[in-house]
Design a protein around this ligand. Structure first.
Ligand code: ADP
Ligand code: ADP
Length: 230
């Protein structure tokens, strides 16, 4: 059974811009999928619908066991437990240490201190940054900050990890390091959905490719290619 399923989903912003039109797709558990397309195509809007940053206004959508159209506001935190999110600009809390940034994601869902401590060490080990546990975000390089953000996103063992341009601010070497991590997380069973403009990555590390243009899905390929010149 699919872990993400959208049927005829549309999204219009309040200013009248239709960002997505009749999007239907299914993603199976454990898949790694790239979302590609020109700037303004609707990729970010698509991703925001999946973790309920935005509400779908037509059609239906399911992520893990949650119905996106029916989910009540008070149940959004439960959805976010099943869906980890990583952004281009990391979005770490600047006044918290690496430890605290990750621990916080677990505290808000009521995990016990002992479990938090164990898990924070575990995910930092996975991303190779245990030695930075006491650092603040501004003491880390961009690549390191993104690795902490990834550690935080998987702290609660989400079924789905969504990444919006995770390598957008990184040089090629750091970008590949991030991809190695996402690959590792995917191999451990997490479904990954990644919006990207990085043609090198898409064309080298082959996975399913879904292309969006003008709010519509125009291509859906197994082991696909990037397909644009930018
Ligand atoms: P992408 O991520 O592919 O660059 P977006 O999802 O950000 O595309 O944008 C899709 C369309 O929706 C664009 O036309 C964009 O200008 C518009 N859009 C994005 N965010 C908003 C918003 N908050 N209000 C109005 N229009 C928006
Ligand atoms: P205990 O009281 O069991 O010794 P602590 O809370 O003092 O546990 O933390 C032990 C280790 O956990 C620290 O050495 C560090 O690696 C990590 N740790 C716990 N809290 C923090 C924090 N706020 N900032 C950085 N590291 C922390």
């Amino acid at each position: 059974m699919s872990i993400i399923k959208l049927s005829n989903v549309s999204k219009k912003y309040s200013n009248g811009t239709t960002a997505l039109r009749n999007i239907s797709l299914e993603i199976e558990p454990g898949e790694f999928t790239y979302i590609v397309g020109p700037s303004g195509a609707g990729k970010s809007t698509f991703i925001k619908l999946l973790y309920r940053e935005l509400k779908i206004d037509r059609g239906s959508g399911k992520v893990a066991q949650y119905d996106l159209a029916k989910l009540r506001r008070r149940d959004v935190p439960m959805l976010r437990r099943s869906v980890g999110v990583v952004f281009q600009d990391y979005k770490l809390l600047p006044k918290k240490t690496v430890y605290e940034n990750i621990a916080y994601a677990m505290e808000v869902i009521g995990k016990r201190p002992r479990e938090i401590k164990k898990r924070v060490n575990e995910v930092l080990d996975l991303v190779g940054l245990k030695h930075k546990i006491r650092s603040f975000p501004n003491e880390l390089s961009g690549g390191e900050q993104q690795r902490v953000a990834i550690a935080r996103s998987i702290a609660n063992a989400p079924k789905v990890l969504i990444a919006d341009e995770p390598t957008g601010n990184l040089d090629p070497e750091n970008s590949w390091e991030i991809m190695n991590l996402l690959e590792k997380i995917n191999l451990q069973g997490t479904t990954i959905l990644m919006a990207t403009h990085n043609s090198q990555i898409v064309n080298t590390l082959k996975h399913r490719v879904i292309a969006i243009e003008n709010g519509r899905i125009v291509r859906d390929q197994e082991e696909g290619v990037y397909g644009y010149d930018d």
